[in-house]
Design a protein around this ligand. Structure first.
Ligand code: HEC
Length: 255
Protein backbone atom coordinates (compact mmCIF):
# COMPACT_ATOMS: atom_id res chain seq x y z
CA UNK A 1 0.00 0.00 0.00
CA UNK A 2 1.36 3.35 -0.94
CA UNK A 3 1.40 6.10 1.62
CA UNK A 4 -0.64 9.19 0.63
CA UNK A 5 1.44 11.66 -1.55
CA UNK A 6 1.72 14.45 0.99
CA UNK A 7 2.69 12.08 3.72
CA UNK A 8 5.60 10.92 1.52
CA UNK A 9 6.64 14.49 0.95
CA UNK A 10 6.53 15.24 4.63
CA UNK A 11 8.73 12.28 5.33
CA UNK A 12 11.09 13.33 2.53
CA UNK A 13 11.31 16.71 4.15
CA UNK A 14 12.49 14.98 7.24
CA UNK A 15 15.00 13.10 5.12
CA UNK A 16 13.95 9.70 6.22
CA UNK A 17 15.14 6.67 4.32
CA UNK A 18 11.69 5.26 4.72
CA UNK A 19 10.35 8.09 2.68
CA UNK A 20 12.81 7.43 -0.15
CA UNK A 21 11.93 3.78 -0.10
CA UNK A 22 8.24 4.57 -0.25
CA UNK A 23 8.80 6.88 -3.27
CA UNK A 24 10.82 4.26 -5.14
CA UNK A 25 8.27 1.60 -4.38
CA UNK A 26 5.43 3.74 -5.73
CA UNK A 27 7.22 4.70 -9.00
CA UNK A 28 7.15 8.43 -8.32
CA UNK A 29 7.96 10.24 -11.59
CA UNK A 30 10.49 12.44 -9.80
CA UNK A 31 12.60 10.08 -7.75
CA UNK A 32 15.18 12.73 -6.96
CA UNK A 33 17.29 12.13 -3.91
CA UNK A 34 16.83 15.79 -2.83
CA UNK A 35 13.71 17.59 -1.78
CA UNK A 36 11.54 18.84 -4.62
CA UNK A 37 10.60 22.48 -4.28
CA UNK A 38 7.09 23.29 -5.47
CA UNK A 39 7.20 24.54 -9.11
CA UNK A 40 6.32 28.14 -8.21
CA UNK A 41 9.35 28.40 -5.93
CA UNK A 42 11.55 26.71 -8.55
CA UNK A 43 10.53 29.28 -11.09
CA UNK A 44 11.17 32.12 -8.68
CA UNK A 45 14.68 30.82 -7.93
CA UNK A 46 15.45 30.43 -11.67
CA UNK A 47 14.22 33.97 -12.33
CA UNK A 48 16.36 35.34 -9.52
CA UNK A 49 19.47 33.56 -10.83
CA UNK A 50 18.88 34.70 -14.41
CA UNK A 51 17.98 38.33 -13.61
CA UNK A 52 20.68 40.83 -14.74
CA UNK A 53 22.43 42.59 -11.92
CA UNK A 54 21.35 46.26 -12.16
CA UNK A 55 24.42 48.38 -13.12
CA UNK A 56 24.43 51.82 -11.47
CA UNK A 57 23.55 54.56 -14.03
CA UNK A 58 26.49 56.25 -15.85
CA UNK A 59 26.69 59.80 -14.48
CA UNK A 60 27.26 62.88 -16.69
CA UNK A 61 30.55 64.74 -16.21
CA UNK A 62 30.81 67.32 -13.47
CA UNK A 63 31.83 70.61 -15.11
CA UNK A 64 32.82 73.71 -13.16
CA UNK A 65 32.10 77.28 -14.26
CA UNK A 66 34.21 78.75 -17.08
CA UNK A 67 37.17 80.66 -15.70
CA UNK A 68 38.34 83.59 -17.80
CA UNK A 69 38.07 87.35 -18.35
CA UNK A 70 34.59 88.88 -18.67
CA UNK A 71 35.77 91.89 -20.68
CA UNK A 72 38.19 91.89 -23.60
CA UNK A 73 39.35 94.38 -26.16
CA UNK A 74 38.34 93.37 -29.70
CA UNK A 75 41.06 91.09 -31.04
CA UNK A 76 42.77 90.67 -27.65
CA UNK A 77 43.25 87.07 -26.50
CA UNK A 78 41.81 85.78 -23.25
CA UNK A 79 42.31 82.27 -21.87
CA UNK A 80 39.16 80.35 -20.95
CA UNK A 81 39.17 77.08 -19.03
CA UNK A 82 36.90 74.58 -17.32
CA UNK A 83 37.69 71.83 -14.85
CA UNK A 84 35.67 68.70 -15.56
CA UNK A 85 35.63 65.26 -13.93
CA UNK A 86 33.75 62.07 -14.68
CA UNK A 87 32.66 59.60 -12.01
CA UNK A 88 33.33 56.58 -14.23
CA UNK A 89 36.57 57.99 -15.61
CA UNK A 90 35.12 58.14 -19.14
CA UNK A 91 37.39 60.13 -21.46
CA UNK A 92 35.99 63.64 -21.85
CA UNK A 93 35.84 65.72 -25.02
CA UNK A 94 35.51 69.51 -25.15
CA UNK A 95 34.02 71.79 -27.80
CA UNK A 96 34.29 75.59 -27.43
CA UNK A 97 32.09 77.96 -29.41
CA UNK A 98 31.00 81.59 -29.38
CA UNK A 99 27.76 83.34 -30.25
CA UNK A 100 26.55 86.91 -29.99
CA UNK A 101 27.67 90.06 -31.76
CA UNK A 102 31.41 89.69 -32.47
CA UNK A 103 31.43 86.06 -33.52
CA UNK A 104 32.73 83.55 -34.10
CA UNK A 105 36.13 84.87 -33.18
CA UNK A 106 39.07 82.50 -33.11
CA UNK A 107 39.77 79.64 -30.71
CA UNK A 108 43.39 78.53 -30.36
CA UNK A 109 42.49 75.06 -29.03
CA UNK A 110 38.74 74.54 -29.51
CA UNK A 111 38.86 70.87 -28.39
CA UNK A 112 40.92 71.32 -25.20
CA UNK A 113 39.88 71.93 -21.59
CA UNK A 114 41.48 75.38 -21.84
CA UNK A 115 41.73 77.62 -24.88
CA UNK A 116 42.66 81.15 -25.82
CA UNK A 117 40.01 83.10 -27.79
CA UNK A 118 39.84 86.46 -29.46
CA UNK A 119 36.84 88.14 -31.06
CA UNK A 120 36.22 89.04 -34.65
CA UNK A 121 36.08 92.70 -35.70
CA UNK A 122 33.26 94.75 -34.14
CA UNK A 123 31.70 98.14 -34.84
CA UNK A 124 30.33 98.59 -31.32
CA UNK A 125 31.05 97.31 -27.85
CA UNK A 126 28.81 94.35 -27.02
CA UNK A 127 28.50 90.93 -25.41
CA UNK A 128 29.73 87.63 -26.77
CA UNK A 129 28.46 84.38 -25.31
CA UNK A 130 31.24 81.82 -24.97
CA UNK A 131 30.29 78.18 -24.50
CA UNK A 132 32.00 74.91 -23.78
CA UNK A 133 30.26 71.61 -24.29
CA UNK A 134 31.77 68.71 -22.35
CA UNK A 135 30.87 65.13 -23.28
CA UNK A 136 31.66 61.77 -21.71
CA UNK A 137 30.46 60.02 -24.88
CA UNK A 138 27.55 58.46 -22.97
CA UNK A 139 25.32 61.20 -21.57
CA UNK A 140 24.11 64.38 -23.29
CA UNK A 141 26.95 66.96 -23.16
CA UNK A 142 27.13 69.34 -20.22
CA UNK A 143 27.27 72.98 -21.34
CA UNK A 144 28.74 75.94 -19.48
CA UNK A 145 28.67 79.49 -20.80
CA UNK A 146 30.16 82.86 -19.98
CA UNK A 147 29.19 86.33 -21.19
CA UNK A 148 32.20 88.38 -22.27
CA UNK A 149 31.93 92.07 -23.11
CA UNK A 150 34.01 92.79 -26.20
CA UNK A 151 35.08 96.42 -26.30
CA UNK A 152 35.94 98.70 -29.21
CA UNK A 153 39.63 99.63 -28.99
CA UNK A 154 40.58 103.26 -28.54
CA UNK A 155 43.22 104.93 -30.66
CA UNK A 156 45.55 104.74 -27.69
CA UNK A 157 45.15 100.94 -27.82
CA UNK A 158 46.76 101.00 -31.29
CA UNK A 159 49.85 102.90 -30.17
CA UNK A 160 51.60 99.84 -28.67
CA UNK A 161 51.36 98.09 -32.06
CA UNK A 162 52.90 101.07 -33.85
CA UNK A 163 55.55 101.38 -31.17
CA UNK A 164 56.53 97.72 -31.39
CA UNK A 165 56.78 97.21 -35.15
CA UNK A 166 56.25 100.44 -37.09
CA UNK A 167 57.88 103.51 -35.66
CA UNK A 168 61.41 102.19 -36.29
CA UNK A 169 60.74 103.20 -39.93
CA UNK A 170 57.72 105.46 -39.62
CA UNK A 171 59.61 108.31 -38.12
CA UNK A 172 58.72 109.37 -41.64
CA UNK A 173 58.93 106.43 -44.10
CA UNK A 174 56.36 106.88 -46.89
CA UNK A 175 55.62 110.32 -45.50
CA UNK A 176 53.85 108.71 -42.52
CA UNK A 177 54.73 109.29 -38.89
CA UNK A 178 53.25 106.77 -36.47
CA UNK A 179 54.45 108.17 -33.15
CA UNK A 180 51.71 109.13 -30.66
CA UNK A 181 51.98 112.87 -31.36
CA UNK A 182 51.48 112.57 -35.14
CA UNK A 183 49.85 109.24 -35.95
CA UNK A 184 46.19 110.27 -35.76
CA UNK A 185 46.42 113.37 -37.94
CA UNK A 186 48.62 111.60 -40.50
CA UNK A 187 46.33 108.57 -40.76
CA UNK A 188 42.64 109.54 -40.63
CA UNK A 189 41.28 110.97 -43.88
CA UNK A 190 44.78 111.53 -45.33
CA UNK A 191 45.37 110.49 -48.97
CA UNK A 192 47.69 107.53 -49.52
CA UNK A 193 50.91 108.37 -51.32
CA UNK A 194 51.69 104.84 -52.55
CA UNK A 195 50.79 104.85 -56.27
CA UNK A 196 49.19 101.40 -56.10
CA UNK A 197 46.53 102.84 -53.81
CA UNK A 198 46.44 106.58 -54.30
CA UNK A 199 42.65 106.69 -54.65
CA UNK A 200 42.39 105.59 -51.02
CA UNK A 201 42.92 107.36 -47.75
CA UNK A 202 45.09 105.80 -45.08
CA UNK A 203 42.13 105.47 -42.71
CA UNK A 204 38.52 105.85 -43.89
CA UNK A 205 36.35 105.88 -40.72
CA UNK A 206 33.85 103.00 -40.82
CA UNK A 207 35.49 101.38 -43.87
CA UNK A 208 38.54 99.28 -42.99
CA UNK A 209 38.71 97.64 -46.43
CA UNK A 210 38.96 101.06 -48.06
CA UNK A 211 41.78 102.09 -45.73
CA UNK A 212 45.33 101.65 -47.00
CA UNK A 213 46.47 101.13 -43.40
CA UNK A 214 44.56 97.81 -43.29
CA UNK A 215 45.57 96.87 -46.83
CA UNK A 216 49.23 97.44 -46.04
CA UNK A 217 48.87 95.24 -42.93
CA UNK A 218 47.02 92.37 -44.60
CA UNK A 219 48.27 92.03 -48.17
CA UNK A 220 49.97 93.57 -51.18
CA UNK A 221 47.10 95.39 -52.94
CA UNK A 222 48.74 98.66 -51.84
CA UNK A 223 52.35 97.70 -52.52
CA UNK A 224 54.71 96.16 -49.99
CA UNK A 225 53.12 94.55 -47.00
CA UNK A 226 53.84 96.07 -43.56
CA UNK A 227 55.82 95.87 -41.44
CA UNK A 228 58.21 95.91 -44.34
CA UNK A 229 60.93 94.02 -42.48
CA UNK A 230 58.55 91.21 -41.44
CA UNK A 231 55.65 90.91 -43.92
CA UNK A 232 54.03 87.88 -42.24
CA UNK A 233 53.91 89.58 -38.84
CA UNK A 234 50.12 90.09 -38.97
CA UNK A 235 49.53 86.50 -40.13
CA UNK A 236 51.20 85.46 -36.90
CA UNK A 237 49.29 88.09 -34.88
CA UNK A 238 45.80 88.17 -36.43
CA UNK A 239 44.22 89.63 -33.29
CA UNK A 240 46.13 92.86 -33.90
CA UNK A 241 44.44 93.28 -37.29
CA UNK A 242 41.05 92.76 -35.55
CA UNK A 243 42.05 95.50 -33.11
CA UNK A 244 42.84 98.03 -35.85
CA UNK A 245 39.83 97.02 -37.99
CA UNK A 246 37.46 97.40 -35.03
CA UNK A 247 38.76 100.87 -34.22
CA UNK A 248 38.15 101.90 -37.88
CA UNK A 249 34.72 100.14 -38.05
CA UNK A 250 33.58 101.99 -34.94
CA UNK A 251 34.45 105.35 -36.53
CA UNK A 252 38.20 105.81 -35.93
CA UNK A 253 37.79 108.11 -32.95
CA UNK A 254 40.73 110.11 -31.63
CA UNK A 255 40.41 108.66 -28.14
C1 HEC B 1 61.34 98.39 -42.39
C2 HEC B 1 60.69 99.69 -42.49
C3 HEC B 1 59.20 99.73 -42.29
C4 HEC B 1 58.48 99.21 -41.26
C5 HEC B 1 58.97 98.42 -40.04
C6 HEC B 1 57.11 99.59 -41.50
N1 HEC B 1 57.01 100.30 -42.64
FE1 HEC B 1 55.30 101.05 -43.46
N2 HEC B 1 56.35 101.79 -45.00
C7 HEC B 1 57.72 101.72 -45.17
C8 HEC B 1 58.08 102.37 -46.41
C9 HEC B 1 59.50 102.51 -46.95
C10 HEC B 1 56.89 102.83 -46.99
C11 HEC B 1 56.69 103.58 -48.31
C12 HEC B 1 56.61 102.63 -49.47
C13 HEC B 1 55.32 101.85 -49.46
O1 HEC B 1 54.24 102.43 -49.50
O2 HEC B 1 55.40 100.61 -49.39
C14 HEC B 1 55.83 102.45 -46.10
C15 HEC B 1 54.50 102.74 -46.29
C16 HEC B 1 53.48 102.50 -45.39
C17 HEC B 1 52.11 102.93 -45.59
C18 HEC B 1 51.55 103.65 -46.80
C19 HEC B 1 51.70 105.12 -46.61
C20 HEC B 1 51.17 105.86 -47.81
O3 HEC B 1 50.65 106.96 -47.64
O4 HEC B 1 51.29 105.35 -48.95
C21 HEC B 1 51.42 102.52 -44.49
C22 HEC B 1 49.94 102.74 -44.23
C23 HEC B 1 52.36 101.86 -43.63
N3 HEC B 1 53.59 101.86 -44.21
C24 HEC B 1 52.04 101.31 -42.42
C25 HEC B 1 52.95 100.64 -41.62
C26 HEC B 1 52.57 100.02 -40.37
C27 HEC B 1 51.19 100.06 -39.76
C28 HEC B 1 53.69 99.43 -39.88
C29 HEC B 1 53.83 98.62 -38.65
C30 HEC B 1 52.90 97.55 -38.49
C31 HEC B 1 54.77 99.68 -40.83
N4 HEC B 1 54.26 100.41 -41.87
C32 HEC B 1 56.06 99.25 -40.66
C33 HEC B 1 58.60 101.11 -44.30
C34 HEC B 1 58.27 100.44 -43.16
Amino acid sequence: MCAPRDAVTRRLALGTLAGLGALAACGDPEPAPGIDAPPAIDAAIDAAIDAPIDAPPNLPPQVGAIAGPTTLLAGASGTFAVVATDAEGDPLTYAWSASGAPTPGTWAAPAAASSAWFSGAIAATGPAQLQVSVSDGVNPPVVQSLAVTVAVPRFTDLQPIFGMVCTSCHGNAGGLRLDPANAYVELVGVATSNTACNTLVRVAPGAPDQSSLIRKMTGTTCGDRMPRADPTYFDDNPGLVVRVRSWILAGAAND
